[in-house]
Design a protein around this ligand. Structure first.
Ligand SMILES: Nc1ncnc2c1ncn2[C@@H]1O[C@H](COP(=O)(O)OP(=O)(O)OP(=O)(O)O)[C@@H](O)[C@H]1O
Ligand SMILES: Cc1ncc(CO)c(N)n1
Length: 266
């Protein structure tokens, strides 16, 4: 039977990030993909040109259309744009007890804002307590917790705050923004799992965070555990970066078929 996953996020018309990338990931993981669009973003591999935040009633209407017909097996949120959008999304997450992955997107790799200041303050209280898995990068983590997170002990402290104070079921703290190897840290109530990977020397990393969290969502939709889903996502993103198609004039996208180039199946 088909498993289904929903991405609630903004767009990237070049298909490397946001909800279009998410649906490509769902498809590549054999999960039926659906998408509710929060913001229409004119962007490409060189940066963000314009952002149009959809009216909240249109976002709510899209969610009604989906949930009244096909309740997904897992859901992820990416770019939400404003804190008002979080108010619209929250009741759908609360009502349907399905795995929820939150990628607390704040700023694009190009440095452009994808969430307003209210939203950056609000996300901790409006959504993160509902997360099955939260996937902040380090700058997002520092903003959410209002603390510096650069060292291993700061990462450990941040992981504990997510679980014990914020109430997320788990958090993957992504080390993509640190020097050296690309090590991520998964914190669950069972403890911390390190997910190491060699850093690939490339500037083609547009949409890595979206792709990573979408894989986790697809694997959770299929009924896999949090740890298995996150391990699969780590392998997938590493192969996706390694086999990037070299597109665009800036930070190019990754390959959502990268895993097919590898000898191992997962
Ligand atoms: N150069 C790289 N080589 C290997 N893995 C990487 C590299 N850059 C990022 N990653 C991995 O990609 C995943 C996404 O992490 P990253 O920190 O890039 O997310 P992000 O900043 O949220 O992305 P986005 O720009 O889409 O918002 C993590 O597993 C991270 O370790
Ligand atoms: C719509 C959207 N979501 C997330 C990101 C972060 O990569 C982006 N560039 N665009």
């Amino acid at each position: 039977m088909f498993k289904t996953a929903l991405s609630i996020a903004g767009t990237d018309p070049t298909g490397g990030a946001g909800t279009i990338a998410d649906v490509k990931v769902f498809q590549s993981r054999n999960v039926y993909g659906m998408s509710a669009i929060t913001s229409i973003v004119a962007q490409n591999t060189t940066g963000v040109q314009q952002v149009f935040d959809q009216p909240v009633h249109i976002i709510e209407a899209q969610l009604d259309s989906i949930y009244n017909d096909i309740v997904p097996d897992a859901v992820k949120t990416g770019m939400l744009g404003t804190s008002e959008v979080m108010d619209v999304v929250r009741p759908f997450i609360v009502k349907h007890h399905i795995p929820y992955v939150i990628d607390p997107v704040m700023v694009a790799k190009s440095g452009d804002d994808l969430l307003n200041d209210d939203g950056k303050e609000a996300v901790r209280y409006k959504l993160l307590d509902l997360a099955t898995v939260a996937t902040p990068n380090l700058p997002e983590l520092e903003r959410i917790l209002n603390m510096t997170v650069q060292t291993k002990s700061e990462i450990e402290r941040a992981g504990k705050i997510f679980l014990n104070e914020i109430g997320s079921q788990s958090v993957v703290i992504k080390g993509g923004h640190l020097e050296g190897d690309a090590i991520d840290y998964l914190f669950t109530k069972e403890g911390c799992i390190e997910l190491p990977a060699q850093r690939i020397a490339t500037h083609h990393t547009h949409g890595t965070g979206c792709t990573f969290s979408a894989v986790i969502t697809a694997e959770l939709a299929k009924g896999h555990s949090i740890a298995t889903s996150v391990r699969t996502a780590k392998a997938y993103i590493t192969h996706a970066i390694r086999h990037n198609p070299g597109l665009g004039h800036g930070n190019g996208p990754v390959s959502h078929f990268g895993y097919k180039e590898e000898e191992i199946a997962y």
